[in-house]
Design a protein around this ligand. Structure first.
Ligand SMILES: [Zn+2]
Length: 289
C-alpha cells in the first residue's frame, strides 16, 4: 500500500494507556456482533490456553483475567506509533470515501469513532476485550480494536501486509454504513421476530460489510493507493477470517449451520463484487437466495 505516515486521526480515541484498569463486571456481550475474526481469535486462544474464552459471551464464570503489561508490551508501544498513523490514514480514507459515495444513495455519512485499547475497555455494547477481535458497536457508533489483533493477523492467520489490516478497518466501517442505511436496524427487528433467521441474516450482514470494504478498495485502486498485490492480500485476509477456515483450524471439520461470517469463498466473492463495481448496489447480499 502506498501511504505517507502523518498525524493521528481526529476520529481515533486512544485508550491504550487505560489498559488493565477498571474491571469487567460479570455481564456477557449479549447479542453483540463479534467483529471480523473475533470468534476465530477466541477459538484459537481458547485452544492455546486451554480456557474456554467463548464463555465470556455466555457469562460463564471461568473467563480469564487480563494479563498485566510487560516490558515487551511497552517496547511494542513505541513501535506502534507508525501503526497508529497507518490506522489513522486508513480510517480517514475510508470515511472520506463514504462521505462521497453515500450521498449517491440518498444518505448522509456521519463519522464513526475508532477506539484503540489494550486488554479491555467499556463499549456501548458491553466490555471489549483483546480476545474479542475488532468489532463495531452500533449503540455508540464506535469501532473497537486492540492493535495486538494485527499481530495475530500477521502471525497466526497467514494474512500479512498492510492491506489485510486496512481490510479489517474497512469491514468494520462497513458495519457503520449498514447502521446509517438502516440495514442493521432492519436486521435486528427481523432477528427478534424470527429467531431462526438470526444466523443466515448475520451471514448476509457480514458479507455485505465485506462488499462495502470492496467498494472502498475500488476507490483506493483508482487513486493508485493499492495495487494488485494488495488486493491479493485483502482476499487472503478475507479467506483467513472466513468461518470455514476458522472451524477447520479449531475442530478439523466444517459445519455450515454454525457459520456467522460466511465461508471464505463467499467472503472473497462479495469483496470482489464491491471491488469490481465500486457501487453500493452491487452489495445487496440480502437479495440473493
Ligand atoms: Zn463483521
Amino acid at each position: 500500500m502506498r501511504w505517507t505516515p502523518g498525524g493521528t486521526s481526529g476520529d481515533i480515541e486512544d485508550r491504550r494507556s487505560e489498559g488493565g484498569g477498571g474491571g469487567f463486571g460479570g455481564g456477557g456481550f449479549g447479542g453483540i456482533h463479534l467483529g471480523l475474526g473475533g470468534i476465530l481469535v477466541l477459538v484459537v486462544l481458547s485452544v492455546v490456553f486451554r480456557v474456554n474464552l467463548l464463555s465470556v459471551f455466555t457469562g460463564a464464570p471461568d473467563a480469564t483475567s487480563t494479563r498485566p503489561l510487560t516490558e515487551s508490551d511497552r517496547a511494542a508501544g513505541a513501535n506502534s506509533d507508525r501503526e497508529v498513523q497507518f490506522v489513522s490514514f486508513v480510517l480517514d480514507d475510508v470515511q472520506s470515501t463514504w462521505e462521497r459515495v453515500l450521498p449517491e444513495s440518498g444518505a448522509q455519512y456521519r463519522h464513526a469513532k475508532l477506539v484503540l485499547f489494550r486488554n479491555y475497555t467499556q463499549s456501548g455494547c458491553g466490555t471489549a476485550q483483546t480476545a474479542t477481535g475488532p468489532f463495531y458497536c452500533p449503540a455508540d457508533e464506535k469501532v473497537y480494536i486492540d492493535l495486538a489483533f494485527f499481530d495475530e493477523l500477521r502471525g497466526n492467520f497467514g494474512a500479512p501486509g498492510e492491506f489485510a489490516q486496512a481490510y479489517v478497518i474497512a469491514h468494520e466501517i462497513g458495519h457503520h454504513v449498514q447502521k446509517l442505511l438502516g440495514i442493521e436496524g432492519q436486521v435486528q427487528r427481523l432477528r427478534q421476530s424470527n429467531p431462526a433467521s438470526a444466523n443466515p441474516l448475520s451471514v448476509r450482514l457480514e458479507l455485505q460489510a465485506d462488499c462495502f470494504a470492496g467498494v472502498w478498495a475500488k476507490s483506493t485502486e483508482q487513486r493508485k493507493i493499492i495495487d494488485q498485490s494488495d488486493i491479493a492480500a485483502g482476499l487472503r485476509a478475507a479467506a483467513a477470517v472466513g468461518d470455514d477456515r476458522l472451524q477447520k483450524m479449531a475442530t478439523g471439520h466444517v459445519s455450515p449451520e454454525n457459520f456467522t461470517h460466511g465461508s471464505s469463498q463467499q467472503r472473497m466473492q462479495w469483496f470482489r463484487s464491491g471491488l469490481d463495481s465500486g457501487q453500493i448496489d452491487a452489495c445487496d447480499t440480502f437479495a440473493t437466495r
